[in-house]
Ligand binder design. Structure first.
Ligand code: C2E
Ligand code: MG
Ligand code: MG
Ligand code: MG
Length: 292
């Protein structure tokens, strides 16, 4: 490294590297302790059929009940875990815990249940992901159709050919595959149609602007048209208002999730949502909501 030959900088870089290594070791120990002590928890946000169907799907979203920092959302710890690779260990625990939860729900609920699990870049490319997923399913006597894996286009585009092989393997095993945050990256019809994908999840940024201008609305319409041409389901993320719900239905969006229906809630509370129609409930609640 050319810079480290300049007088006075060597010790600086050494110190910075040392700090980083210490931080990494500390984080690793902290994460391991958190896993051992069950500080992580998976919460579940319902994915709703916008034609007032009944809840049977959820997205798993991880939380960390940190002993000193309180309940942390993934934005506060995942980037660093992704950088250090610790996300692989966490992700494996999440898959196991999701399967445990689904098996438990199935004891009290007869209908189909499916949970979408986010798979980060590191996790996706880590050897043995599919084997781990299938082993978790087996341990809990679940069918592969109980799980959906969410992957972003950015992950796929890192190594398109290999991603295709891995996704084909997952899909052949019976797992469902969704493209997360669709439209936010360098999305194109060309990439998506070649991959074994079941649904596109429209990024929240489009949904939040759908009533504000024609552009987001046209984009959402285009994604839905494209999805239906390819035989893909389209799921809208981040629906917060009845106005957004109405606009999405008007352009033919079949499914969605968002705070309008529910936030991500702990597993036992999510279990209580199974079979309910959250669209009807949101609409029924509307007059009360506006009058108070
Ligand atoms: P994502 O997969 O796109 O998940 C949707 C995010 O939008 C979640 O944030 C969810 O709580 C939030 N959201 C849902 N509906 C609404 C709404 O109506 N309004 C608003 N403002 N937000 C809404 P969260 O839980 O903070 O997760 C953020 C991201 O962290 C996720 O984005 C995903 O990329 C990642 N992530 C979360 N859980 C996991 C996990 O278990 N494993 C991995 N690898 N990544 C995860
Ligand atoms: Mg997601
Ligand atoms: Mg998303
Ligand atoms: Mg997102």
């Amino acid at each position: 490294h050319a810079k480290s030959h300049e007088p006075g900088t060597l010790s600086y870089f050494d110190a910075a590297m040392h700090d980083e290594a210490v931080h990494h070791v500390r984080l690793q120990a902290e994460v391991q302790a958190a896993l051992d002590e069950q500080q992580f928890a998976v919460h579940y946000q319902p994915i709703v059929d916008l034609a007032a169907g009944h809840v049977h799907r959820f997205e798993a979203l991880v939380r960390w009940a940190h002993p000193t920092r309180g309940l942390l959302g993934p934005g506060e710890f995942l980037p660093l875990m992704e950088e250090t690779g610790l996300v692989v260990r966490l992700g494996r625990w999440i898959l196991e815990d999701v399967c445990r939860q689904v098996a438990q729900w199935r004891e009290q609920y007869d209908g189909p249940v499916n949970v979408s699990v986010n798979i980060s870049d590191r996790e996706f490319w880590h050897a043995g992901l599919v084997e781990h997923v299938l082993a978790c399913l087996r341990r809990h006597r679940l069918d592969a159709t109980c799980l959906t894996l969410e992957v972003t286009e950015g992950v796929i585009m890192r190594r398109p050919e290999l991603a295709h092989q891995l996704m084909a393997q997952m899909h052949e095993a019976g797992l469902r595959l969704h493209i997360d945050d669709f439209g936010a990256g360098h999305s194109s019809l060309q990439t998506v149609h070649r991959y074994p994908v079941d649904a596109l999840k429209i990024d929240r940024s489009f949904v939040s602007e759908i009533l504000e201008g024609t552009q987001s609305r046209e984009l959402v319409k285009a994604i839905i048209a494209m999805g239906s041409a390819l035989g893909l389901e389209v799921i809208a993320e981040g629906i917060e208002t009845l106005g957004q719900l109405a606009a999405l239905r008007e352009v033919g969006c079949a499914s969605g999730q968002g705070f309008l229906f529910d936030r991500a809630v702990p597993g036992d509370r999510a279990g209580d949502l199974l079979g309910r129609s959250l669209v009807a409930e949101a609409e029924d609640a509307a007059p009360r909501r506006t009058s108070t």
